[in-house]
Design a protein. Structure first.
Length: 604
């Protein structure tokens, strides 16, 4: 019986040869004049297949997958449900939070359209038309996006009932805004159309006939509601992600509104079909208050800096929680700064689900300090002075950065790698909790792996999977129905994979136990790991103490051969491999050669 090794890489844009590792080219022993001669790379003597995969929507969606990130994260929150009875409550609260995010998106699109309509000629005398357009265009865009993704592409797993509920909510919100016209309501207290700035030292200035700053009130109310829903999730990681999503949508909406205003003002300046004098009157706005007079500032212009301050506050709290908890445990390596830093990152990431709870306690302290600073500045300093100036400079710099980012279509050296990694991990989960989430790649890749293994049913096979590839490979094995078992009342289905006695699994740099088991306990529970182990003749797991996400497998699967790969720590030692080059490590490769050798544990 022939043998074959099938390698599956992790997330990112990998080339087809990345699973060979850094084998390099070794110079030949003979020194030849005028030329350089090299030996062939060292590759296994047995059969070898290299599986290359990527998130299939990466090249299709282009820049749009950046905009889908908040909704994709909201979809991930739904999969963080516990392996307990209250998972149904978690699902219900997640669906409510998803509806809130959709409403927030619709509200910001209305405000952006209102900003654009201010410069569209001919609307000065057509207030009713302008009001219809300001709510009709955004609502139609969101509803069409939801329904088209759901009904025209049913393979995306989006529940039709959920999509219809989101669409109805969008229409209801748009209708309520059109009928009630909140920005046209008289309102003398904060938040109103007075704005900040001017010469007065107070927070809000007195003006004649102030109106409700409806969008600012909605920002505050929706953020408060997000905090309540996050608390009701009873899950620190899900709660933090939910609030983060709402803050991201608010800050992105505010920045895009500013960018739209800049663009229309520039078109008016150059005389390119834009005239504020004949556009939608400010008095006809439905959500956005009119720009304040003089040098006063629209409250919405301060939303990005407030959202970023909240996000930065939690980042500081998380850093404090991580440092006070894990740094002391790395004291024995204080003489090797690089190694100690890697060990610290490993400890933090591999305990991330538990560390989130500690970070929440620190966040309360950090936010109390931030609130105190803001109150002192607001009381002792005029908002027309340096605080307002700093806030506006940072906000407008962010708008300029976003515009450049859009023009460059996200082609920066760091941004694609960071967002790509997030999307590749979050894209593991099918779209079930928010209809605008990014497309999942899991089923397509798993089906491809199943077909590849089907081709080798008569061979001894080792599936060697790294990082996210180990999640995909183990998911395939754990959910493969054995031939002798039935699912409920259904008859047993023959497995397409090689039989258990001829199939081996090697995972390396795997986040299965550290991240997936911690964040998604309902899906990666004890039974999941037991099923995967039962589907193979042997399972080897390789990891390093410097790898940020890799750990040993859970104790419940005692049959897994965990192999911790030690690394030499000295000034003369080669660079640490951290999360890479498991393909050429001695421990897993020798294990594979042993299993694929004749009589090496597989049936003959």
């Amino acid at each position: 019986m022939s043998s074959i090794e099938i390698r599956v890489h992790g997330v990112g844009d990998h080339g087809p040869l990345s699973a060979l590792g850094s084998v390099g080219l070794e110079p030949s022993k003979e020194k030849l004049k005028g030329i350089e001669s090299y030996e062939k790379p060292k590759i296994p003597a047995h059969g070898l297949r290299l599986i290359n995969w990527s998130r299939t929507s990466r090249s299709v969606a282009g820049f749009l997958w950046y905009l889908a990130t908040p909704f994709t994260l909201m979809n991930v929150v739904g999969y963080m449900k516990p392996d307990r009875w209250w998972r149904f409550w978690h699902t219900f609260i997640t669906c409510l939070a998803g509806l809130l995010v959709t409403v927030v998106l619709t509200a910001w699109l209305i405000v952006i359209v209102e900003t654009v309509l201010e410069y569209v000629p001919g609307l000065a005398d057509e207030e009713s038309l302008a009001e219809w357009l300001s709510v009709g265009v955004p609502a139609a865009a969101v509803v069409l996006a939801i329904l088209c993704r759901t009904f025209l592409r049913p393979s995306r797993w989006i529940p039709r009932i959920l999509a219809c509920v989101h669409a109805v909510f969008v229409l209801v919100v748009a209708g309520a805004v059109f009928v009630w016209k909140p920005a046209q309501r008289p309102w003398s207290i904060w938040p109103n159309s007075s704005g900040y700035g001017g010469d007065a030292p107070g927070a809000v200035l007195e003006v004649v006939d102030p109106r409700l700053d409806a969008m600012m009130a909605f920002v505050v109310a929706s953020t408060a509601l997000a905090l309540v829903l996050a608390f009701l999730l009873f899950n620190s990681a899900a709660a933090i992600t939910t609030v983060l999503v709402v803050l991201l949508v608010h800050s992105t909406g505010a920045i895009l509104r500013l960018a739209a205003g800049w663009l229309m003002a520039y078109l008016e300046y150059i005389g390119a079909v834009a005239s504020r004098a004949s556009g939608m009157p400010a008095a006809s706005h439905l959500l956005r208050s009119a720009d304040p007079d003089g040098d006063r500032v629209l409250l919405l212009d301060l939303v990005p800096i407030a959202a970023w301050a909240a996000i930065a506050g939690f980042a500081v709290a998380f850093a404090l929680a991580a440092f006070t908890w894990g740094w002391k445990d790395t004291a024995e390596w204080k003489g090797y700064c690089a190694y100690r830093r890697l060990r610290f990152v490993h400890l933090v990431v591999t305990t991330l689900p538990r560390l989130m709870r500690r970070a929440l306690l620190w966040a309360i302290a950090v936010y109390v300090v931030l609130a105190a600073v803001v109150c002192v500045v607001a009381r002792c300093t005029s908002w027309s002075g340096w605080p307002l100036t700093v806030a506006l400079v940072l906000t407008h710099a962010a708008v300029a950065g976003v515009l450049v980012f859009i023009v460059m279509r996200g082609r920066f050296s760091v941004a694609p790698a960071v967002f790509g990694a997030i999307a590749d991990v979050a894209g593991f989960w099918p779209v079930r909790y928010h209809p605008l989430a990014g497309r999942s790649y899991r089923e397509e890749v798993v089906d491809g792996l199943r077909e590849e293994l089907k081709l080798h049913r008569e061979h001894r096979v080792v599936l060697f999977a790294h990082s996210q590839g180990s999640v995909l490979g183990t998911w395939l094995l754990a959910n493969d129905m054995p031939q002798d078992k039935a699912e409920g009342d259904k008859p047993p289905k023959p497995s397409l994979l090689p039989p258990q006695e001829n199939l081996f699994l090697v995972t390396c740099g795997s986040p299965l136990n550290s991240l997936y088991r911690g964040f998604f306990p309902f899906y990666f529970n004890d039974q999941f790991f037991l099923n995967a182990l039962a589907r193979t003749k042997g399972w080897c797991n390789a990891w390093r103490a410097t790898d940020p996400i890799a750990t040993a497998m859970p104790d419940v699967v005692s049959g897994v051969e965990d192999k911790e790969i030690s690394e030499t720590i000295s000034d003369s030692a080669p660079p640490l491999r951290v999360h890479s080059d498991y393909w050429i490590e001695k421990a897993p490769t020798e294990w594979i050669e042993q299993k694929l050798a004749p009589g090496g544990g597989a049936a003959t």
